[in-house]
Ligand binder design. Structure first.
Ligand code: 9WN
Length: 438
């Protein structure tokens, strides 16, 4: 049994984790398991860094933007000089991609666009600090607004070409919820070719129990998609034709909607009237897309398998995308706090697990198949607060801080016992803790 640390001590320990994982101009997602920069991690890390040092938060996002592709895509991994992670830059082979940056090594897929939330936080923190720090924050927003806009435009164009208001992903890794049961059916249709180059995983060395991570069979499919994309040099148009996994991701779409609103607000402040209007249209389009997915059976938002044309009916936390982006009529809010979710009597803390605890397929220790992810709780808290639901946001914050009180900053948590799992000293977990404590 770990001794819980006090509020003040917890903040110090969270700051220590970010300092410990600081590689200079980027923060490793975790000390051993993830020695590079991940895109959506860096957004949430910047939210936490903004509480410690606005200039350091700015550096984090500037580093990420240096890796932006000429198409506007922000890659899901920006490789540091460190190694020990598989698949590394050699396996991705993105130097063959015309749009990839020449000076930084990156992966060739993307992750959810949470970054605008961080840019807003940085501006607010800079203004609160005043003086030179405020100037730096304002300059940062002015100088990078166009890059964030290009990122959102790329998602809305390359990944929603028929304007359904749903972002298509080509890999479970793009969702950030890698092995969620949401992806089981689409992955079942991904059959690795005989010519899939061999591989040795490194991730299994860094967790307490291999069952907390995806299986080898899952990894074979993950790497086959990388191979398919690599063979067409990560060209957007060609990728769409060859890739074995194409799913309209409801939660990523909801994130794009709210992040586009955030960016529109920043556009207003910069006097970029047309850009702000375009972003609001984009937000409205993706909100409508999210609303169109709701299942009459479960009341949850659904992903759409674009290859088979089938809706994906799983009871995962991503199904609360309508609640997250504010197109819920109250039904989802009730479901969220009810017994199938946060109100389930067996939960250690009233927080949303990645899969409903009432689902017989829920696996409480396995990655995105059951555990509670603090960053997911933070995202919902952020969204509820933005919608004026201060009580909902407070409940998530208080329960999360109780869950995090032992100061381990787990990547994810066993929902019934509260045990930290996966990597410890995970950067984004420490970062959202700092934001909750501020
Ligand atoms: C693959 C870094 C990332 C997170 C993802 C999480 C996990 C990577 C992996 O770690 O994914 O991108 O190797 O398992 O699923 O959400 O961004 O923390």
């Amino acid at each position: 049994m770990r001794v819980p640390v006090s509020g003040v001590g917890l903040g110090d320990r969270a700051a220590e984790v970010l300092r410990g994982n600081d590689l200079g101009s980027m923060t490793a997602a975790a000390p051993r398991l993830y020695p590079h920069m991940w895109s959506w991690d860096s957004g949430l890390i910047a939210v936490g860094l903004a509480r410690l040092s606005v200039p350091r938060a700015i550096t984090e996002l500037r580093t990420l933007l240096r890796a932006q592709w000429s198409t506007g895509m922000i890659p899901h991994i920006v490789f540091s000089a460190g190694d020990g992670y598989f698949p590394g830059p050699e396996r991705w082979g993105t130097e063959s991609a015309a749009a990839a940056p020449r000076t930084v090594r990156t992966s060739g897929i993307c992750q959810p666009p949470v970054h605008a939330l961080a840019v807003r936080r940085i501006l607010d923190a800079g203004r609160a600090a005043g003086g030179e720090i405020r100037d730096q924050a304002e300059a940062f927003v002015r100088e990078t607004f166009g890059s964030w806009l290009a990122w959102h435009r790329w998602l809305a164009g390359a990944r929603d070409p028929d304007r359904r208001g749903l972002v298509e992903i080509y890999h479970g890794w793009e969702s950030g919820m890698d092995n969620s049961p949401r992806w089981d059916r689409p992955y079942a249709a991904v059959v690795p070719g005989d010519d899939l180059p061999g591989f040795v995983r490194t991730d299994l060395h860094h967790v307490g129990d291999v069952h907390e991570r995806p299986t080898d069979d899952e990894y074979g499919r993950y790497l086959w998609i990388v191979e398919q994309l690599r063979r067409v040099r990560y060209d957007d148009a060609a990728a769409r034709d060859v890739v074995g996994f194409r799913v309209a991701d409801v939660f990523m779409s909801a994130i794009l909607a709210v992040a586009s609103d955030e960016l529109a607000g920043l556009g207003d402040e910069l006097g970029r009237v047309d850009d702000a209007a375009e972003l609001r249209e984009l937000a409205a389009r993706f909100r409508a897309g999210v609303a169109s997915t709701v299942s009459p059976t479960t009341g949850l938002g659904r992903d759409l398998d674009r290859r088979s044309g089938r809706w994906i009916e799983t009871e995962t936390v991503a199904g609360f995308a309508p609640l997250f982006c504010g197109v819920d009529d109250g039904t989802q809010r009730a479901l969220f706090w009810g017994e199938r979710w946060c109100g389930h009597p067996a939960l250690a803390h009233p927080l949303p697990p990645s899969v409903s605890p009432a689902d017989p397929g829920m696996r409480p220790r396995t990655y995105w198949r059951g555990p509670v992810w603090p960053i997911v709780s933070w995202l919902f808290g952020w969204a509820l607060e933005r919608q004026g639901d201060d009580d909902g946001a407070r409940r998530l914050r208080e329960a999360s801080l109780r869950q995090l009180a032992d100061g381990d900053f787990g990547e994810y948590y066993e929902p019934f016992t509260g045990e930290p799992l996966g990597s410890l000293q995970q950067s984004w977990t420490a970062a959202v803790t700092l934001d909750w404590l501020a």
